[in-house]
Design a protein around this ligand. Structure first.
Ligand SMILES: Nc1ncnc2c1ncn2[C@@H]1O[C@H](COP(=O)(O)OP(=O)(O)OP(=O)(O)O)[C@@H](O)[C@H]1O
Length: 680
């Protein structure tokens, strides 16, 4: 029997070359392979007749082989093998290129199951490269799993490897408490894993999947609860109420009513008996930073240090500068701590943090390292902006005894889902933009209009404005010629079409110093155009920029596009966003045109969720949540509720999952969350 944690390389039918391909799917061990669940099944028990088979959809047809045509050499040096099959309703031509064995294995006069896409015309139906199964094979396994595949590693190949590994499933220990299996009538883990890969009926597959979904959501909820600290212990940073008026009066503008309301909610939490655990949600540009500043000011008046974590160095620097403007007049010293600092600078920062001179520390994940010791951290703020892991939030909270925690997010998670995910997290919403903001006109054009658009950009620059241009990739990928890569696009399109203009290039592969200098130059107005990848997606604030151009707009989620669009329209001038896409798909066009007509981030998130599904919305990169393999946070909300209640109950009995019988569960939490929270 294959060993669960052994490399799949030694599995029958794998070997080093395929092992490398499996690696691309994140599969290294037999266990990983067993946990690579199929996406769906092809149901061979209900084959179509030739006449009824739907066009251009994967389906299965049962027909008898009538005739095999002689092999034919065709253009490009390929050989075509054709086989004629039929049933009472019609005939079906099956074709294979360069695959003599496929036709050779068929016997004339016998019926087979052919699976693939039907094309051709109504009278002349055909299937290219079908998968073939015999009656006996279908009897043995009527449902054929379809796996997420990768180049050179098709689903069928994965299925054969899973088959070879399946007996190892018996070694999978069950992390779920037995009482839950009985209460919800769920199969054991071993049975579920076998049932999901090789079900005998759709019912068996569904029961297996249900159990795996429950397990995943249960582990997810345990992890979220554990990392948050089941918080309702007494706060380690007690505060007394402070009137915010002096702070508001120091600003160059009046706070919006929403900013006042959110700040009051936060300050009330800060003065409470238990640590604050609040999410501040606000659409792009709604002014979350100011609310954070008010909270930090309040903490400082009470003698507590604050820390603010940003997802990128760029943002950390920007926040440090903005917050210093707001807070240093009150004697709150703002200290920056990022990865790319010189050793001497870092030493100075660390000592200011340790002896309490630093009233506020703004940084990236560098703040989470062991070397950073706070004197008295009272308030931790995480500028989540999609990219922060639950784990990192936990680490930050661990820097002090139960500090208050404020999470800021521009992702407008639908409220019900937010509450589910964050449990008893309180939510403040900034539902109002600062006054004077004009809607950002949004257009959608194809590449044919690109030159005209550059004419428009030229005019905007001549009028003293600045322009962002975003491309989805850093370097050109030969496999995907349709994608604009920022480096080539910069050289071959932007520079020639905007001669004499000052153009900067920004992407994630630049050193942080280089990124900084490009960004500072753009901020200072020393560059007219910034060509960038989505590193600028979050939070960057340059009020003089008025145009946002997004190439290959079809590649982005609507919420991401909305984030990008939110980089403009921050000053008093009219702003616009131009989406470029040559994709002619109907859904792509509908999505982009929805964005053209909607400015409200909450509506956009809802539409995104409904049309693309939560996979995109709650992907690892987007939310810092672990990647889920089977569960679907929108479809499976009922299971999520149950899992949440059960997780709560378990932690009430064993708050740290320290009991020996919960060791396996604790390991699962660790495993699930180790995939989350990677910084990108
Ligand atoms: N009450 C206000 N009146 C006028 N301008 C404001 C007000 N509050 C914030 N601003 C300005 O609005 C801009 C956006 O604020 P901020 O960067 O905090 O937004 P945000 O909510 O963090 O948005 P994003 O999610 O895009 O980062 C900043 O230039 C800020 O100075």
């Amino acid at each position: 029997m294959p060993a669960l944690d052994g490399s799949i390389q030694y599995l029958k039918g794998v070997g080093p070359a395929f092992a490398r391909k499996f690696e691309k799917l994140g599969i290294r061990t037999v266990r990983d392979l067993l946990l690579h669940y199929p996406r769906r099944y092809i149901d061979y028990t209900r084959p179509y007749t030739v006449a009824e088979a739907p066009y251009d959809v994967d389906c299965c047809v049962r027909a008898e082989v009538l005739q095999k045509e002689p092999a034919r050499r065709i253009r490009g040096g390929r050989t075509l093998y054709r086989v004629l099959a039929a049933d009472d309703s019609g005939t079906l031509t099956l074709s294979w290129f360069n695959a003599s064995y496929a036709a050779e294995n068929l016997t004339i006069g016998q019926s087979y199951y052919f699976e693939g896409r039907v094309g051709g015309t109504l009278t002349h139906r055909e299937m290219l490269h079908p998968n073939v199964r015999t009656e006996a094979q279908v009897q043995a396994g009527p449902l054929v799993p379809v796996y997420a595949s990768t180049e050179g590693l098709p689903s069928g190949r994965i299925a054969r490897c899973v088959e070879a590994a399946l007996s190892a499933a018996d070694d999978l220990e069950d992390p779920l408490p037995p009482v839950l299996l009985t209460r919800y009538r769920m199969p054991s883990r071993a049975a579920a894993v076998k049932g999901v890969h090789a079900p005998h009926s759709l019912e068996e597959a569904a029961a297996a999947r249900r159990r795996l979904i429950f397990e995943e959501l249960y582990v997810l909820q345990l992890g979220i609860f554990l990392m948050r600290g089941h918080g309702r212990q007494k706060t380690g940073a007690p505060m007394h109420p402070v009137d915010l008026e002096p702070f508001w009066r120091s600003l160059p503008y009046a706070p919006t009513a929403a900013q006042r309301r959110a700040s009051n909610e936060i300050c009330a939490d800060l003065c409470g008996e238990v640590p604050m655990n609040r999410l501040l949600q606000g659409d792009v540009g709604s002014g979350k930073t100011l609310v954070a500043a008010a909270a930090i000011w309040h903490a400082a008046q009470n003698g507590w240090q604050s820390a603010m974590l940003a997802p990128t160095e760029l943002l950390a620097r920007q926040h440090a500068a903005t917050l210093a403007d707001r807070l240093e007049p009150f004697g709150v010293n703002v200290t920056l701590l990022v990865g790319g600092m010189k050793a001497a600078e870092r030493r100075v920062a660390l000592s200011a943090i340790a002896d309490g001179r630093a009233g506020l520390v703004v940084g990236t994940h560098a703040v989470l390292t062991d070397a950073v010791q706070f004197k008295n951290l009272g308030l931790a703020i995480v500028d989540e902006q999609h990219r922060f892991g639950v784990r990192q939030r936990g680490l930050l909270a661990g820097k002090a005894r139960s500090p208050h925690l404020l999470v800021m997010s521009a992702t407008p998670i639908p409220r019900t889902l937010g509450l589910l995910l964050y449990g008893d997290l309180d939510i403040s919403v900034l539902d109002e933009l600062p006054p004077g903001r004009k809607p950002i006109k949004t257009w959608f054009i194809t590449g044919r209009k690109r030159r005209d658009m550059y004419g428009y950009l030229e005019k905007q620059i001549a009028a003293g404005h600045q322009v962002y241009i975003v491309c989805p990739a850093i370097e050109q990928n030969e496999m995907d010629a349709g994608i604009q890569a920022v480096t080539t696009y910069y050289e071959q399109t932007v520079c020639p079409l905007l001669p004499g203009r000052r153009v900067g290039l920004l992407h994630g592969k630049l050193k942080s110093k280089e990124k900084d200098s490009v960004m500072s130059a753009f901020k200072a107005g020393e560059l007219d155009v910034l060509v960038s990848t989505t590193v600028i997606e979050v939070g960057v604030d340059v009020p003089n920029a008025t145009v946002m151009v997004i190439e290959n707009a079809e590649r982005f989620g609507l919420s991401a596009l909305h984030q990008l669009r939110g980089r403009v329209g921050r000053g008093s001038a009219d702003s616009c966003c131009i989406l470029i896409s040559d994709n002619e798909g109907k859904t792509v066009r509908e999505r982009l045109s929805f964005l053209c007509h909607t400015q409200n981030g909450f509506e956009i998130a809802k539409y995104d969720l409904e049309t693309r599904g939560p996979g995109d919305f709650f992907g690892e990169a987007q939310h810092g949540l672990p990647t889920l393999h089977v569960a679907d946070l929108v479809q499976d909300t009922r299971t999520l509720h149950v899992a949440q209640d059960e997780a709560k109950a378990l932690l009430a009995a064993d708050p740290n999952l320290a009991k020996p019988e919960h060791k396996l569960l604790a390991d699962e939490v660790e495993r699930l969350f180790s995939s989350a929270g990677a910084m990108n």
